[in-house]
Design a binder for this molecule. Structure first.
Ligand code: HEM
Length: 448
Protein backbone atom coordinates (compact mmCIF):
# COMPACT_ATOMS: atom_id res chain seq x y z
CA UNK A 1 0.00 0.00 0.00
CA UNK A 2 1.08 3.58 -0.53
CA UNK A 3 2.98 5.32 2.27
CA UNK A 4 2.85 9.08 2.81
CA UNK A 5 5.92 11.25 2.44
CA UNK A 6 6.20 15.02 2.49
CA UNK A 7 7.15 16.57 -0.85
CA UNK A 8 9.51 19.55 -0.99
CA UNK A 9 6.59 21.99 -1.19
CA UNK A 10 5.25 20.61 2.08
CA UNK A 11 2.41 18.74 0.36
CA UNK A 12 1.89 15.12 1.33
CA UNK A 13 2.17 13.09 -1.86
CA UNK A 14 1.71 9.33 -1.52
CA UNK A 15 4.81 7.37 -2.49
CA UNK A 16 3.87 4.53 -4.83
CA UNK A 17 5.58 1.28 -5.80
CA UNK A 18 7.01 0.90 -9.30
CA UNK A 19 7.58 -2.84 -9.56
CA UNK A 20 6.92 -5.47 -10.71
CA UNK A 21 5.80 -4.48 -14.20
CA UNK A 22 2.49 -5.92 -15.32
CA UNK A 23 4.30 -7.82 -18.07
CA UNK A 24 6.73 -9.48 -15.64
CA UNK A 25 3.91 -10.41 -13.28
CA UNK A 26 1.94 -12.06 -16.09
CA UNK A 27 5.02 -13.88 -17.46
CA UNK A 28 5.80 -15.26 -14.00
CA UNK A 29 2.21 -16.28 -13.46
CA UNK A 30 1.99 -18.19 -16.76
CA UNK A 31 5.35 -19.89 -16.14
CA UNK A 32 4.08 -21.08 -12.74
CA UNK A 33 0.63 -22.03 -14.07
CA UNK A 34 1.14 -23.42 -17.58
CA UNK A 35 -2.27 -25.14 -17.35
CA UNK A 36 -3.85 -21.67 -17.41
CA UNK A 37 -2.35 -20.71 -20.76
CA UNK A 38 -5.27 -19.92 -23.03
CA UNK A 39 -6.00 -22.31 -25.90
CA UNK A 40 -7.37 -21.24 -29.27
CA UNK A 41 -8.73 -23.74 -31.79
CA UNK A 42 -10.80 -21.68 -34.26
CA UNK A 43 -9.00 -20.62 -37.43
CA UNK A 44 -10.25 -17.05 -37.11
CA UNK A 45 -9.78 -16.74 -33.35
CA UNK A 46 -7.61 -13.65 -33.50
CA UNK A 47 -7.81 -13.10 -29.74
CA UNK A 48 -4.62 -15.24 -29.56
CA UNK A 49 -1.75 -12.97 -28.61
CA UNK A 50 0.96 -15.18 -30.17
CA UNK A 51 0.04 -13.90 -33.66
CA UNK A 52 0.83 -10.33 -32.54
CA UNK A 53 3.99 -11.10 -30.58
CA UNK A 54 5.26 -13.09 -33.59
CA UNK A 55 3.94 -10.52 -36.10
CA UNK A 56 2.05 -13.06 -38.22
CA UNK A 57 -1.50 -11.73 -38.01
CA UNK A 58 -1.54 -10.23 -41.53
CA UNK A 59 -2.51 -13.31 -43.64
CA UNK A 60 -5.23 -14.36 -41.18
CA UNK A 61 -6.97 -11.00 -41.43
CA UNK A 62 -6.37 -10.81 -45.22
CA UNK A 63 -8.18 -14.15 -45.59
CA UNK A 64 -11.09 -12.92 -43.48
CA UNK A 65 -11.32 -9.63 -45.42
CA UNK A 66 -11.39 -11.54 -48.72
CA UNK A 67 -14.25 -13.72 -47.43
CA UNK A 68 -16.43 -10.90 -46.07
CA UNK A 69 -16.86 -8.15 -43.48
CA UNK A 70 -18.02 -10.27 -40.54
CA UNK A 71 -16.92 -13.64 -39.08
CA UNK A 72 -18.23 -15.54 -36.09
CA UNK A 73 -15.89 -17.25 -33.61
CA UNK A 74 -18.07 -19.54 -31.46
CA UNK A 75 -15.41 -20.36 -28.85
CA UNK A 76 -12.36 -18.61 -27.42
CA UNK A 77 -10.85 -17.91 -23.97
CA UNK A 78 -12.84 -14.66 -24.15
CA UNK A 79 -16.09 -16.39 -25.13
CA UNK A 80 -17.90 -16.23 -28.47
CA UNK A 81 -17.49 -13.11 -30.60
CA UNK A 82 -17.89 -11.58 -34.06
CA UNK A 83 -14.89 -10.22 -35.99
CA UNK A 84 -15.51 -7.07 -38.05
CA UNK A 85 -12.54 -6.82 -40.41
CA UNK A 86 -13.23 -4.39 -43.28
CA UNK A 87 -12.79 -0.60 -43.18
CA UNK A 88 -16.30 0.31 -44.31
CA UNK A 89 -17.88 -2.30 -42.04
CA UNK A 90 -16.17 -0.88 -38.94
CA UNK A 91 -17.36 2.64 -39.82
CA UNK A 92 -20.87 1.25 -40.15
CA UNK A 93 -20.80 -0.41 -36.69
CA UNK A 94 -19.28 2.71 -35.09
CA UNK A 95 -21.99 4.90 -36.59
CA UNK A 96 -24.69 2.98 -34.67
CA UNK A 97 -23.66 3.56 -31.01
CA UNK A 98 -27.17 2.93 -29.66
CA UNK A 99 -27.28 -0.51 -31.27
CA UNK A 100 -23.62 -1.35 -30.60
CA UNK A 101 -22.85 -0.18 -27.08
CA UNK A 102 -19.52 0.72 -25.46
CA UNK A 103 -20.75 0.75 -21.87
CA UNK A 104 -19.35 -1.41 -19.06
CA UNK A 105 -22.88 -2.49 -18.23
CA UNK A 106 -23.08 -4.19 -21.63
CA UNK A 107 -19.50 -5.45 -21.70
CA UNK A 108 -17.10 -2.55 -22.24
CA UNK A 109 -14.63 -1.82 -25.00
CA UNK A 110 -12.22 -4.76 -25.10
CA UNK A 111 -12.64 -8.40 -26.00
CA UNK A 112 -12.09 -9.16 -22.29
CA UNK A 113 -15.32 -8.98 -20.32
CA UNK A 114 -15.47 -6.79 -17.20
CA UNK A 115 -14.67 -8.60 -13.99
CA UNK A 116 -18.30 -8.98 -12.94
CA UNK A 117 -18.36 -12.02 -15.21
CA UNK A 118 -16.23 -13.70 -12.52
CA UNK A 119 -17.59 -15.12 -9.29
CA UNK A 120 -16.65 -13.11 -6.23
CA UNK A 121 -14.63 -14.56 -3.36
CA UNK A 122 -16.05 -13.97 0.13
CA UNK A 123 -15.73 -10.33 1.19
CA UNK A 124 -14.59 -9.29 -2.30
CA UNK A 125 -16.29 -6.35 -4.01
CA UNK A 126 -16.84 -5.53 -7.66
CA UNK A 127 -14.39 -2.95 -8.89
CA UNK A 128 -14.76 -1.11 -12.15
CA UNK A 129 -13.64 2.45 -12.64
CA UNK A 130 -16.25 4.33 -14.64
CA UNK A 131 -14.78 6.17 -17.64
CA UNK A 132 -16.42 7.86 -20.57
CA UNK A 133 -14.83 5.63 -23.24
CA UNK A 134 -17.03 2.91 -21.73
CA UNK A 135 -20.25 4.95 -21.56
CA UNK A 136 -23.02 5.58 -24.07
CA UNK A 137 -24.87 8.77 -24.88
CA UNK A 138 -26.00 11.02 -23.25
CA UNK A 139 -23.61 10.51 -20.31
CA UNK A 140 -20.65 10.00 -22.61
CA UNK A 141 -21.24 13.37 -24.30
CA UNK A 142 -21.27 15.33 -21.01
CA UNK A 143 -18.09 13.76 -19.66
CA UNK A 144 -16.18 13.99 -22.93
CA UNK A 145 -16.95 17.72 -22.84
CA UNK A 146 -14.99 18.15 -19.59
CA UNK A 147 -11.72 17.09 -21.24
CA UNK A 148 -12.19 18.11 -24.90
CA UNK A 149 -11.09 21.77 -24.27
CA UNK A 150 -7.61 20.47 -23.32
CA UNK A 151 -7.11 19.27 -26.92
CA UNK A 152 -8.15 22.28 -29.03
CA UNK A 153 -5.73 23.60 -31.70
CA UNK A 154 -4.99 26.60 -29.42
CA UNK A 155 -4.04 24.29 -26.53
CA UNK A 156 -1.85 22.24 -28.85
CA UNK A 157 -0.03 25.42 -29.88
CA UNK A 158 0.51 26.26 -26.23
CA UNK A 159 1.90 22.81 -25.42
CA UNK A 160 4.04 22.62 -28.54
CA UNK A 161 6.82 24.79 -27.11
CA UNK A 162 7.38 22.64 -24.04
CA UNK A 163 6.95 19.30 -25.83
CA UNK A 164 9.42 20.38 -28.52
CA UNK A 165 11.95 21.47 -25.92
CA UNK A 166 11.66 18.20 -23.97
CA UNK A 167 11.91 16.19 -27.20
CA UNK A 168 15.03 18.10 -28.30
CA UNK A 169 16.70 17.63 -24.89
CA UNK A 170 16.02 13.94 -24.94
CA UNK A 171 17.36 13.44 -28.48
CA UNK A 172 20.50 15.37 -27.55
CA UNK A 173 21.08 13.04 -24.61
CA UNK A 174 21.01 9.81 -26.67
CA UNK A 175 24.19 7.74 -26.95
CA UNK A 176 25.95 7.71 -30.32
CA UNK A 177 27.95 4.77 -31.66
CA UNK A 178 26.34 2.27 -29.33
CA UNK A 179 23.28 0.06 -29.34
CA UNK A 180 20.41 1.08 -27.02
CA UNK A 181 16.72 0.33 -26.52
CA UNK A 182 14.58 2.97 -28.29
CA UNK A 183 11.48 1.96 -26.29
CA UNK A 184 13.20 2.53 -22.96
CA UNK A 185 15.22 5.61 -23.86
CA UNK A 186 12.83 7.44 -26.21
CA UNK A 187 9.28 6.11 -26.63
CA UNK A 188 8.51 5.68 -22.92
CA UNK A 189 10.10 8.90 -21.58
CA UNK A 190 8.71 11.10 -24.37
CA UNK A 191 5.18 9.79 -23.96
CA UNK A 192 5.30 10.02 -20.19
CA UNK A 193 6.71 13.54 -20.44
CA UNK A 194 3.91 14.54 -22.82
CA UNK A 195 1.28 13.30 -20.36
CA UNK A 196 3.04 14.97 -17.43
CA UNK A 197 2.87 18.28 -19.34
CA UNK A 198 -0.82 17.70 -20.14
CA UNK A 199 -1.70 17.03 -16.48
CA UNK A 200 0.93 19.34 -14.97
CA UNK A 201 1.93 16.16 -13.11
CA UNK A 202 4.95 16.36 -10.73
CA UNK A 203 7.86 15.92 -13.15
CA UNK A 204 10.00 13.85 -10.76
CA UNK A 205 7.19 11.26 -10.42
CA UNK A 206 6.30 11.00 -14.11
CA UNK A 207 7.59 7.38 -14.37
CA UNK A 208 4.55 6.44 -12.27
CA UNK A 209 2.33 7.27 -15.25
CA UNK A 210 3.99 4.51 -17.26
CA UNK A 211 3.78 2.05 -14.39
CA UNK A 212 0.09 2.68 -13.73
CA UNK A 213 -0.76 2.67 -17.40
CA UNK A 214 0.86 -0.73 -17.92
CA UNK A 215 -1.09 -2.23 -15.04
CA UNK A 216 -4.37 -0.61 -16.00
CA UNK A 217 -4.12 -1.36 -19.72
CA UNK A 218 -3.04 -4.99 -19.85
CA UNK A 219 -6.24 -6.88 -20.61
CA UNK A 220 -4.62 -10.32 -20.29
CA UNK A 221 -4.11 -9.82 -16.56
CA UNK A 222 -7.75 -10.77 -16.24
CA UNK A 223 -6.66 -14.35 -17.04
CA UNK A 224 -5.41 -14.60 -13.45
CA UNK A 225 -7.37 -13.58 -10.38
CA UNK A 226 -4.25 -12.90 -8.26
CA UNK A 227 -3.03 -10.45 -10.84
CA UNK A 228 -6.39 -8.76 -10.96
CA UNK A 229 -6.16 -8.25 -7.19
CA UNK A 230 -2.65 -6.84 -7.57
CA UNK A 231 -3.94 -4.52 -10.25
CA UNK A 232 -6.60 -3.22 -7.88
CA UNK A 233 -4.08 -2.43 -5.18
CA UNK A 234 -1.92 -0.55 -7.64
CA UNK A 235 -4.91 1.38 -8.95
CA UNK A 236 -5.84 2.27 -5.37
CA UNK A 237 -2.36 3.72 -4.88
CA UNK A 238 -2.79 5.69 -8.04
CA UNK A 239 -6.17 6.94 -6.85
CA UNK A 240 -4.61 8.13 -3.58
CA UNK A 241 -1.93 9.99 -5.50
CA UNK A 242 -4.41 11.72 -7.79
CA UNK A 243 -6.69 12.58 -4.92
CA UNK A 244 -3.80 14.47 -3.39
CA UNK A 245 -3.03 16.22 -6.64
CA UNK A 246 -6.70 17.08 -7.03
CA UNK A 247 -6.87 18.66 -3.57
CA UNK A 248 -3.75 20.67 -4.27
CA UNK A 249 -5.12 21.97 -7.55
CA UNK A 250 -8.61 22.59 -6.23
CA UNK A 251 -7.08 25.07 -3.77
CA UNK A 252 -5.08 26.91 -6.42
CA UNK A 253 -6.04 29.41 -9.12
CA UNK A 254 -7.31 27.69 -12.32
CA UNK A 255 -4.42 26.78 -14.63
CA UNK A 256 -4.47 25.56 -18.24
CA UNK A 257 -3.56 21.93 -17.46
CA UNK A 258 -6.11 19.16 -17.84
CA UNK A 259 -6.71 18.39 -14.16
CA UNK A 260 -7.36 22.01 -13.28
CA UNK A 261 -9.56 22.32 -16.37
CA UNK A 262 -11.65 19.34 -15.27
CA UNK A 263 -11.94 20.61 -11.69
CA UNK A 264 -13.20 24.00 -12.85
CA UNK A 265 -15.38 22.73 -15.72
CA UNK A 266 -19.17 23.40 -15.30
CA UNK A 267 -19.84 19.79 -16.37
CA UNK A 268 -17.64 18.58 -13.50
CA UNK A 269 -20.40 18.90 -10.92
CA UNK A 270 -22.17 16.03 -12.71
CA UNK A 271 -19.15 13.77 -12.21
CA UNK A 272 -18.63 11.85 -8.98
CA UNK A 273 -15.09 11.36 -7.58
CA UNK A 274 -14.86 7.80 -8.87
CA UNK A 275 -15.76 8.97 -12.36
CA UNK A 276 -13.15 11.70 -12.15
CA UNK A 277 -10.57 9.07 -11.23
CA UNK A 278 -11.75 6.71 -13.97
CA UNK A 279 -11.45 9.45 -16.57
CA UNK A 280 -7.92 10.28 -15.43
CA UNK A 281 -6.95 6.63 -15.79
CA UNK A 282 -8.53 6.68 -19.24
CA UNK A 283 -6.39 9.65 -20.26
CA UNK A 284 -3.21 8.10 -18.88
CA UNK A 285 -3.80 4.71 -20.47
CA UNK A 286 -5.33 6.12 -23.66
CA UNK A 287 -2.40 8.40 -24.29
CA UNK A 288 0.38 6.14 -23.13
CA UNK A 289 0.79 2.81 -24.91
CA UNK A 290 -0.69 4.20 -28.09
CA UNK A 291 1.66 7.14 -28.64
CA UNK A 292 4.63 5.18 -27.28
CA UNK A 293 4.08 2.32 -29.73
CA UNK A 294 3.72 4.64 -32.69
CA UNK A 295 7.11 6.17 -31.84
CA UNK A 296 8.66 2.72 -31.86
CA UNK A 297 6.63 1.66 -34.92
CA UNK A 298 7.91 4.69 -36.90
CA UNK A 299 11.53 3.72 -36.32
CA UNK A 300 10.91 0.05 -37.02
CA UNK A 301 8.88 0.90 -40.14
CA UNK A 302 11.47 3.31 -41.55
CA UNK A 303 14.14 0.67 -41.03
CA UNK A 304 12.04 -1.91 -42.85
CA UNK A 305 11.36 0.49 -45.75
CA UNK A 306 14.61 2.46 -46.12
CA UNK A 307 13.37 4.11 -49.36
CA UNK A 308 10.72 5.82 -47.21
CA UNK A 309 13.26 6.87 -44.61
CA UNK A 310 15.30 8.40 -47.42
CA UNK A 311 12.23 10.28 -48.68
CA UNK A 312 11.66 11.66 -45.18
CA UNK A 313 15.31 12.71 -44.94
CA UNK A 314 15.17 14.48 -48.33
CA UNK A 315 11.79 16.10 -47.83
CA UNK A 316 10.77 17.17 -44.32
CA UNK A 317 7.56 18.69 -45.74
CA UNK A 318 6.31 15.11 -45.85
CA UNK A 319 6.49 14.79 -42.04
CA UNK A 320 2.77 15.47 -41.26
CA UNK A 321 1.70 12.84 -43.81
CA UNK A 322 4.42 10.47 -42.62
CA UNK A 323 2.92 10.69 -39.13
CA UNK A 324 -0.51 9.67 -40.47
CA UNK A 325 0.99 6.85 -42.51
CA UNK A 326 2.97 5.49 -39.55
CA UNK A 327 -0.13 5.61 -37.34
CA UNK A 328 -1.98 3.63 -40.05
CA UNK A 329 0.81 1.12 -40.50
CA UNK A 330 1.39 0.57 -36.77
CA UNK A 331 -2.25 0.66 -35.56
CA UNK A 332 -1.38 0.96 -31.84
CA UNK A 333 -4.73 -0.45 -30.66
CA UNK A 334 -5.64 -3.65 -32.47
CA UNK A 335 -9.31 -3.57 -31.65
CA UNK A 336 -12.27 -2.01 -29.87
CA UNK A 337 -15.29 -4.00 -28.83
CA UNK A 338 -19.03 -3.24 -28.87
CA UNK A 339 -22.00 -5.23 -27.59
CA UNK A 340 -25.34 -5.53 -29.41
CA UNK A 341 -28.16 -3.99 -27.38
CA UNK A 342 -30.85 -5.84 -29.37
CA UNK A 343 -31.28 -8.57 -31.98
CA UNK A 344 -30.35 -7.21 -35.39
CA UNK A 345 -29.09 -8.10 -38.83
CA UNK A 346 -25.57 -7.04 -39.79
CA UNK A 347 -24.15 -7.67 -43.29
CA UNK A 348 -26.62 -10.53 -43.73
CA UNK A 349 -25.82 -12.22 -40.40
CA UNK A 350 -28.15 -12.51 -37.40
CA UNK A 351 -26.64 -10.78 -34.36
CA UNK A 352 -28.27 -11.52 -30.99
CA UNK A 353 -28.74 -9.05 -28.14
CA UNK A 354 -25.62 -9.33 -25.96
CA UNK A 355 -23.34 -10.56 -28.77
CA UNK A 356 -19.77 -9.31 -28.64
CA UNK A 357 -18.74 -7.45 -31.80
CA UNK A 358 -14.99 -6.83 -32.13
CA UNK A 359 -13.78 -4.23 -34.63
CA UNK A 360 -10.24 -4.99 -35.76
CA UNK A 361 -8.64 -1.64 -36.65
CA UNK A 362 -5.46 -3.52 -37.46
CA UNK A 363 -7.29 -5.22 -40.31
CA UNK A 364 -9.21 -2.15 -41.54
CA UNK A 365 -5.92 -0.25 -41.86
CA UNK A 366 -4.69 -2.98 -44.23
CA UNK A 367 -7.94 -3.07 -46.24
CA UNK A 368 -6.73 -3.30 -49.84
CA UNK A 369 -9.99 -1.77 -51.15
CA UNK A 370 -9.06 1.48 -49.36
CA UNK A 371 -5.24 1.50 -49.23
CA UNK A 372 -3.14 0.41 -52.24
CA UNK A 373 -0.33 -1.92 -51.30
CA UNK A 374 -1.38 -1.66 -47.63
CA UNK A 375 1.46 -3.72 -46.13
CA UNK A 376 3.98 -1.10 -47.25
CA UNK A 377 4.70 2.26 -45.63
CA UNK A 378 4.26 5.02 -48.22
CA UNK A 379 4.71 8.47 -46.69
CA UNK A 380 3.31 10.10 -49.84
CA UNK A 381 0.09 8.04 -49.61
CA UNK A 382 -2.74 10.42 -50.47
CA UNK A 383 -5.34 8.91 -48.18
CA UNK A 384 -3.09 8.05 -45.20
CA UNK A 385 -5.46 10.24 -43.11
CA UNK A 386 -8.26 7.74 -43.69
CA UNK A 387 -6.56 5.40 -41.24
CA UNK A 388 -8.93 4.22 -38.56
CA UNK A 389 -6.35 3.94 -35.74
CA UNK A 390 -8.14 6.65 -33.72
CA UNK A 391 -11.54 5.00 -34.19
CA UNK A 392 -14.55 6.64 -35.84
CA UNK A 393 -17.77 8.31 -34.71
CA UNK A 394 -18.75 9.55 -31.26
CA UNK A 395 -15.87 7.85 -29.43
CA UNK A 396 -13.15 8.90 -31.91
CA UNK A 397 -9.97 9.55 -29.94
CA UNK A 398 -10.16 12.85 -28.08
CA UNK A 399 -6.34 12.96 -27.77
CA UNK A 400 -5.57 12.41 -31.48
CA UNK A 401 -4.23 15.95 -32.00
CA UNK A 402 -1.87 15.64 -29.05
CA UNK A 403 -0.53 12.30 -30.28
CA UNK A 404 -0.05 13.73 -33.78
CA UNK A 405 1.72 16.75 -32.34
CA UNK A 406 4.17 14.66 -30.29
CA UNK A 407 4.93 12.38 -33.25
CA UNK A 408 5.45 15.29 -35.65
CA UNK A 409 7.78 17.03 -33.20
CA UNK A 410 9.81 13.87 -32.78
CA UNK A 411 10.32 13.51 -36.55
CA UNK A 412 11.05 17.24 -36.96
CA UNK A 413 13.65 17.26 -34.21
CA UNK A 414 15.24 14.07 -35.56
CA UNK A 415 15.39 15.68 -38.98
CA UNK A 416 16.99 18.85 -37.63
CA UNK A 417 19.76 16.70 -36.15
CA UNK A 418 20.05 14.67 -39.39
CA UNK A 419 19.51 11.65 -37.21
CA UNK A 420 19.10 8.22 -38.83
CA UNK A 421 18.03 5.38 -36.52
CA UNK A 422 18.82 1.78 -37.52
CA UNK A 423 17.43 -1.35 -35.93
CA UNK A 424 20.62 -2.96 -34.59
CA UNK A 425 19.62 -5.71 -32.16
CA UNK A 426 16.66 -7.36 -30.46
CA UNK A 427 13.09 -6.55 -31.44
CA UNK A 428 10.42 -7.74 -29.00
CA UNK A 429 6.74 -7.14 -29.51
CA UNK A 430 4.01 -6.81 -26.90
CA UNK A 431 2.15 -10.05 -26.08
CA UNK A 432 -1.43 -8.76 -26.20
CA UNK A 433 -4.49 -8.71 -28.42
CA UNK A 434 -5.41 -5.11 -27.56
CA UNK A 435 -2.25 -2.99 -27.36
CA UNK A 436 -0.17 -3.49 -30.49
CA UNK A 437 3.46 -2.52 -30.17
CA UNK A 438 6.99 -3.07 -29.03
CA UNK A 439 8.53 -3.97 -25.69
CA UNK A 440 12.05 -3.60 -26.93
CA UNK A 441 13.65 -2.12 -30.03
CA UNK A 442 17.44 -2.07 -30.05
CA UNK A 443 18.82 0.60 -32.35
CA UNK A 444 21.90 2.58 -33.24
CA UNK A 445 22.09 6.19 -34.38
CA UNK A 446 24.01 7.42 -37.41
CA UNK A 447 23.56 10.62 -39.45
CA UNK A 448 22.43 11.37 -43.00
C1 HEM B 1 -10.31 7.06 -27.60
C2 HEM B 1 -6.58 5.41 -30.19
C3 HEM B 1 -3.71 8.82 -28.24
C4 HEM B 1 -7.16 9.71 -25.00
C5 HEM B 1 -9.56 6.36 -28.51
C6 HEM B 1 -10.08 5.39 -29.43
C7 HEM B 1 -9.02 4.91 -30.13
C8 HEM B 1 -7.84 5.59 -29.68
C9 HEM B 1 -9.06 3.81 -31.17
C10 HEM B 1 -11.54 5.07 -29.68
C11 HEM B 1 -12.17 4.17 -28.71
C12 HEM B 1 -13.53 3.68 -29.15
O1 HEM B 1 -14.00 3.95 -30.25
O2 HEM B 1 -14.11 2.97 -28.37
C13 HEM B 1 -5.49 6.23 -29.91
C14 HEM B 1 -4.23 6.19 -30.63
C15 HEM B 1 -3.42 7.15 -30.09
C16 HEM B 1 -4.17 7.79 -29.02
C17 HEM B 1 -3.93 5.25 -31.78
C18 HEM B 1 -2.00 7.53 -30.44
C19 HEM B 1 -1.41 7.28 -31.58
C20 HEM B 1 -4.40 9.39 -27.20
C21 HEM B 1 -3.91 10.44 -26.34
C22 HEM B 1 -4.88 10.67 -25.41
C23 HEM B 1 -5.99 9.78 -25.71
C24 HEM B 1 -2.55 11.12 -26.47
C25 HEM B 1 -4.90 11.63 -24.27
C26 HEM B 1 -3.90 12.00 -23.56
C27 HEM B 1 -8.31 9.07 -25.45
C28 HEM B 1 -9.60 9.19 -24.79
C29 HEM B 1 -10.51 8.43 -25.54
C30 HEM B 1 -9.76 7.87 -26.63
C31 HEM B 1 -9.90 10.00 -23.55
C32 HEM B 1 -12.00 8.24 -25.28
C33 HEM B 1 -12.83 9.05 -26.25
C34 HEM B 1 -14.31 8.80 -26.13
O3 HEM B 1 -14.74 7.75 -25.69
O4 HEM B 1 -15.06 9.71 -26.48
N1 HEM B 1 -8.19 6.48 -28.69
N2 HEM B 1 -5.41 7.18 -28.95
N3 HEM B 1 -5.66 9.02 -26.79
N4 HEM B 1 -8.45 8.28 -26.55
FE1 HEM B 1 -6.95 7.83 -27.80
Amino acid sequence: MATKVADPAGQEMPKCRTSPTAFDALTQYLAANPQNRPTHSHKFDVSRSDIYVEDRWQPIFAEMRAKGPLHYVPESPFGAYWNVVQHKAIQHVESLPELFSSSWEHGGITITDPDWEQELAEGEERFQLPMFIAMDRPKHTGQRRTVAPAFTPAEMKRMEVEIRQRTAELLDSLPEGEVFDWVEKVSIPLTTGMLAILFDFPWEDRHLLTYWSDWAGDTELSLARDLDMQRREILHEMAAYFQQLWMKKANEEPSPDLISMMIHSPAMNQMDPLEFMGNLVLLIVGGNDTTRNTMSGMIHGFDKFPDQRKLFEENPDLIPNAVQECIRYQTPLSHMRRTATEDTELFGEQIKKGDKVVMWYLSANRDETVFDNPDKIDITRENARRNISFGYGVHRCVGARLAELQLRLLLEEMHKRRMRVHVAGDVERVRANFVHGFRKLEVEITHF
